[in-house]
Structures are given as C-alpha cells and as structure tokens.
Design a protein around this ligand. Structure first.
Ligand code: ACO
Length: 332
C-alpha cells in the first residue's frame, strides 16, 4: 500500500492588511517591509472567524476535489499553533464536527510552520501501515490572534489562512509519495516562542501586562538558521532519492520571507519558474503556508497531475521538514 497526495484546497480570509495599513500602526514603511521580506499584504480573519472555520472551508474543497464523500475520511489531522482552544478540545475535533465527519480519529499537531509537512508524514505512515485509507490533513492558523500589533519586528510578517489535502491509499507506485524527512531541535526553542498560556506561564495579570501571550521571535538568528537548514534538508532528500534539483517542476518552500526563499532557491540552482512564491500576498501563514501555496499553483493551472513537488519548511520548535511527492490529483 502506498500513500498519494490526492487533492488540495485552501481558504484565505477576505480582509486585507496592507503594508500601508501597517504604516499607520507601527514605525515601519511599505518600502522596508517589501525590501526585507517581499511581503505586500496579508489576510486577516474576520471578527468571530476562527481557525476551525477557515480549516473547514479548505477541507470541504479538498474532499470535493478528491471526489470523495465526507464519510470516506477515516482520520483528521490538523496542524496549528493557533487552535480554537489552547488545550481542549482539539481543533481537529471541531473541524470534524463542522464537516459532519463522525466517529473517526481526530487530533492536532503542534510543529509551527512545519506542521503541514509533519501532518503529511503522519498520514503517509497511517496509510502505509494499512490503518487508514483517506486522511484529511489541514494546516490552519489565525496567527493574528497571537501577534502583537505594536511590535514591528513580528506584526509585519504574519497572516491568517488555511490549506487542506486528502491523502489516500493507492496500489499504483507511480502515484505514491516518494519520501518525507521531518526533524526538530528543541535547543533552539527560544528562537520562536509564545510564552503564554501554558504550564510555565498560566493565565495571570502578569501575562496580560507583559504581553506574554504574543509571539516572540529572534528574527535575525532564525533567518540565518532557516537558510542553512532548508538548503541542507533539500540537498539531503534529493541526494537520497537520486533526483536532480533541475528535475523538480515545483519547489514549494515555506513562505516566511522572500529573501529566505531566494537564498535557498539560488543555493539549489533553481530557476524562477521552479520556485513557488506566495509570501507577497499572504505573508507567513505558518502551518497553512505550504498548502495555500500548493493550492495557488493548482488553481492557476500550473500544477498538473503527476508532476513532482518538493516541499521544504522550517518553524518554531525548532522544527523542519521536507517532502518529495507527485501531485496525484486531477489537473484543474
Ligand atoms: N520596519 C522598520 N524597521 C524595522 C522593522 C520594521 N517592520 N523591523 C525591524 N526593524 C529594524 C530593526 O529595529 C533594526 O534596526 P537597528 O539596526 O536600528 O537595530 C533593523 O530594522 C534590522 O533588523 P533585523 O532584525 O536585523 O532585520 P532583518 O533583516 O533580519 O529582518 C525579519 C527582520 C524580517 C524579521 C527577518 O529576520 C526574518 O524574516 N526572519 C525569519 C523569520 C522566519 O523565518 N521565521 C520562521 C518561521 S515562523 C514560525 O514558525 C511561526
């Protein structure tokens, strides 16, 4: 039994937060943001629109595009660091309920920006072991809920959104996911951290006063490590599978900063046509970034059935992951 990437769906909220809008909120400029990050605008969830709402819309599209019924899904995995509730229930349980998927295993994964590729590795393992047949994986974030909009070093970067995929069983090896590599190093935990709420900092007046509920990032250190790790990870997975970077039609890196994407693409000798870039219009949507980018090339007709995708991501934890797989859905 093999696991195939059967379909993709995504959702971006309609509200746009532009660099010009941010100029009015913090001491920054459109020019600085564009030059240092490549981001022009990002989407922000509406009032009352929560992570599971965005995830449910993206999931509905993915299930439909796979030509399946909701009742065919036998596992729901949601990757998020901005869940509806910080401890329970899991966002995957809420998504299942909103979709009308009953009596199936559902759980969340916390791996920040690497969450979607982590979820992909879980789906692959469940399917190859024969335990599941059609796994719904979701990357969804309402990052605006943990961003301090008075901190110019982080608020310019992040956006909200969701992406989902159905991973299905197949006996056809040509459709199968080829390889996934996922890893972590907790000694860099302080590079990207939301200090509260948690057992270290339970909710208190101090948490509110000191803004410990907002994401904190060592931007420059993270940047350097991201370029190094992403490049090495891709080189490793390509070498292990004897594939040359020029034979990858779609390199889909985590969309955190255009300068990171460009540095990694150049180190791998990828042409502009090979590298998928959506960071300019969505910003960094963490676990949703990769599936939203896949959806973009699917909807524009660039992604054809059977074409190879190389996914590469990096995020808080620190975590990182790469995946090599053909798109096994129908061409749009
Ligand atoms: N507008 C204007 N100036 C700014 C802004 C801003 N929005 N933000 C920072 N600056 C200033 C700084 O204060 C600093 O000023 P100084 O020189 O007077 O001290 C100067 O710009 C340079 O700051 P740096 O932090 O060195 O700028 P850098 O070029 O590193 O860009 C950035 C910052 C965009 C955050 C970059 O470091 C980055 O993208 N880091 C990686 C982010 C990432 O990949 N995260 C991983 C995934 S996220 C996840 O997992 C959830």
């Amino acid at each position: 039994m093999y696991a195939k990437f059967h379909s993709i769906g995504a959702y971006a909220p309609s509200k746009v937060l532009s660099n010009k809008d941010l100029e009015k909120m913090v001491d920054t400029s459109d020019e600085w943001i564009l030059k240092r990050t490549g981001i022009s605008e990002r989407r922000i969830a509406g009032d009352g629109e929560v992570t599971s709402d965005m995830a449910t819309i993206a999931s509905d599209i993915a299930i439909d595009r796979a030509g399946l019924e909701k009742s065919d899904i036998d596992l729901v995995v949601c990757a998020t660091v901005t869940p509806d509730y910080f401890n329970m229930p899991s966002t995957a349980c809420i998504i299942s309920d909103k979709l009308g998927i009953k009596n199936v295993q559902a759980f969340d994964i916390s791996a920040a920006c690497s969450g979607f590729v982590y979820a992909l590795s879980v789906a692959k393992a469940f399917i190859e072991s024969g335990m599941k047949k059609h796994v719904l994986i979701v990357g969804a974030e309402k990052f605006s809920s943990i961003v301090d909009y008075t901190d110019r070093s982080t608020c310019i970067l992040f956006g909200d959104g969701a992406g989902a995929a159905v991973i299905s069983v197949t006996e056809d090896k040509s459709e199968a996911m080829i390889d996934i590599h996922a890893s972590a190093d907790g000694s860099y935990a302080d590079f990207l951290v939301t200090p509260a709420p948690g057992t270290i900092n339970p909710v208190s007046q101090r948490v509110i006063d000191e803004g410990l509920n907002f994401v904190q990032m060592k931007g420059n250190e993270t940047f350097k490590l991201a370029v190094k790790t992403l490049t090495k990870d891709v080189k490793d997975i390509l070498a292990k599978n004897s594939i040359d970077s020029k034979d990858i039609p779609h390199f889909i890196p985590h969309q955190a900063n255009y300068r990171i994407i460009k540095a990694v693409g150049d180190a791998l000798k990828m042409s502009k046509e090979q590298v998928v870039v959506t960071v300019g219009k969505y910003g960094n949507t963490s676990a949703a970034s990769i599936p939203m980018a896949i959806n973009d090339i699917y909807e524009s007709g660039r992604l054809k059935k059977g074409e190879l995708m190389l996914l590469d991501t990096f995020g808080g934890g620190l975590t990182w992951a790469s995946a090599l797989l053909p798109f096994a859905g129908e061409t749009k």
